[in-house]
Design a protein around this ligand. Structure first.
Ligand code: FES
Length: 124
């Protein structure tokens, strides 16, 4: 995990560290975290050739999606899956297409590449 920050952008990893089916988890830098709150985390991966990043926060209960490090996909490797109640999300948009939060979406993080590093824009 990395938490190198630059104002509103946080470096997660080098672009060439991303390989197909690899999920990079990171702790999101928060300026004023609520005392006692769980740390905010996110994950970054390649959707085809496009990098995507979402907060690791199921819209259903707000808990992390994965129960094992780096494991986010369903058994068919088609959708991101919440391990708690099985909600399925489109990797490209984060839209929930099945499960208790159907129609909702994972919070997406804006990305940019700076000097070969992938950075995410910190949420407000
Ligand atoms: S917490 Fe994710 S589907 Fe319930």
């Amino acid at each position: 995990m990395s938490d190198r920050t630059n104002d509103q952008w946080q470096t997660v990893c080098q672009f060439d560290e991303l390989t197909p089916e690899k999920f990079v988890e990171f702790r999101v830098h928060q300026k004023n975290p609520e005392p006692g709150a769980m740390p905010l985390t996110g994950f970054l991966f390649l959707d085809g050739r496009e990098p995507r990043a979402f907060l690791n926060q199921c819209p259903h209960l707000g808990i992390e999606l994965n129960w094992m490090p780096g494991r986010f996909m369903d058994a068919d490797n088609l959708f991101i899956q919440c391990s708690t109640h099985g909600a399925l999300f489109k990797p490209g948009t984060g839209e929930c297409i099945a499960g208790p939060c159907q129609g909702d979406a994972l919070p997406a993080l804006d990305l940019r590449v700076e000097g070969g590093a992938i950075q995410v824009r910190l949420p407000e």
